[in-house]
Design a protein around this ligand. Sequence first.
Ligand code: G6P
Ligand code: MG
Length: 222
Amino acid sequence: MKKVGFIFDLDGVIVDTAKYHFLAWHKLAKELGFEFTKEQNELFKGVSRKRCLEILLDIGNVNATQEQFDTWMVEKNVDYLAYIEKMDASEILPDVPRVLKYLQKKNIPIALGSASKNAKPILEKVDLLPYFDSIVDGNNVTKAKPDPEVFLIAAKNLNVDPSSCVVFEDAVAGIQAANAAGMVSIGIGDAEILNEADYNFTDFTGISDDFLESLINKEHKG
Ligand code: G6P
Ligand code: MG
């Protein structure tokens, strides 16, 4: 049997931070004189902070100097971090700890593969950091999802062949990144939106121990 590795996205997979990103972007948009909607916030899933601000300014038809752009990046993050500060384990999405515990018990290497630059503090806040053998986040990558870079670095850190890695993702770009890396992609969320995934689940409550076992034992892509 080949050694397998499991890679988790953070936002929307382990915790629902999209609501806090939304509140922080919404406040900035308001200050700049326009509305930012929850529907528009969907476009921001899996997208880097810098790219999000570019899209936000496009939505509001706002031109920014480099200095303003940098100031707004910082401002949004300060507001976002104020929400993160109040997070605790009650915000972990259903059954995520069960799955992490199951994999840990089996000595399966586990990595985080996220675009966020705040991944570590968030995992610390919700008490999940000890499960992860490697954290690859927005501080370690040069290319954003759908580029496979983040997941390929995670596989390397886990010392597992990319074709023997399984990725949990809630964003279309994340599923595309996992597929481009030659990994097994598991969509968490709306199956119609995440239709490029190898498997789909609404959340982790649908992921049984038997299913995990089948992933651990299966011959992976490639
Ligand atoms: C995740 C979220 C995005 C967010 C990005 C950067 O991918 O889904 O909505 O923009 O991380 O997060 P950060 O914490 O670095 O601002
Ligand atoms: Mg996500």
